[in-house]
Design a protein around this ligand. Sequence first.
Ligand SMILES: NC(=O)c1ccc[n+]([C@@H]2O[C@H](COP(=O)([O-])OP(=O)(O)OC[C@H]3O[C@@H](n4cnc5c(N)ncnc54)[C@H](OP(=O)(O)O)[C@@H]3O)[C@@H](O)[C@H]2O)c1
Length: 246
Amino acid sequence: MSKIDGSVVFVTGANRGIGRAFVEEFLAAGASKVYAGARNTDSLSDLVEYGAGKVVPVEVDVTKPDTIEAASTAGKDVTILINNAGVAGFQALVSASDGNSARGEMETNFFGTLNMVRSFAPALASNGGGAIANISSIAAYVNFPALGSYSASKAAVHSLTQGIRSELAKQGTLVVGVYPGPVDTDLAADVPMDKVSPNEVAKNVLNAIEDGTEDVFPDPVSIEMREALLADPKAVERQAGEMMPA
Ligand SMILES: NC(=O)c1ccc[n+]([C@@H]2O[C@H](COP(=O)([O-])OP(=O)(O)OC[C@H]3O[C@@H](n4cnc5c(N)ncnc54)[C@H](OP(=O)(O)O)[C@@H]3O)[C@@H](O)[C@H]2O)c1
């Protein structure tokens, strides 16, 4: 459980999509400062203006440890870390047309998240524990063959989330795993399904941080899939293969 009002937040991939929605929702809920992390800080100019002094642009590429180190040095007052930056190559595992996509997804989605957690954990400890939210995906729980390597990278993020939850419990850090279905952003532009708004996802994560909820299924598709997985995981595995075949 961690308070949003008066919090100091760091969001990766803050320039668009769900990351931008996090910045907006934290400001609306009373965060005192939001560090907006982006690979290109020029892409944050309107968000910085919108934040009226509360949004601090920070250059961070989660695959580049030197930028993360600089970000964590600047953000020693952080109480909530949102690991949102992610990529999806929409590649199958066996028949991938881009063989490098799987490695790129692991570098950003898994190692990027791990790099951020390692760098920011000491600041969170000094500031009373705070919270980390990792944006995984419902694809962490069941592999969609059309995005097979992305699904695997998000399963790795889920496992990381479980592991750091135990490790960081002793410093009082709440660790939240977020498992969205399709969200209306650039990443899912070609996904032919109903999509939830990025702000709805962000709001649900803020509520979870306030309540101390560890696992967040923030939209109707993820809630339905979660229930189906609990009832019959093999049936969901088969359906995912039919829904999004390689
Ligand atoms: N949209 C969905 O349906 C959906 C569903 C489940 C989970 N998610 C997850 O939600 C998160 C946000 O996705 P989104 O839908 O908002 O996607 P998006 O609109 O494509 O935005 C992705 C963000 O991540 C940033 N990013 C990518 N690689 C980075 C790196 N190496 N270092 C720092 N930032 C990097 C991008 O920055 P640039 O602008 O510089 O590229 C961008 O800000 C991702 O982790 C994604 O896997 C999305």
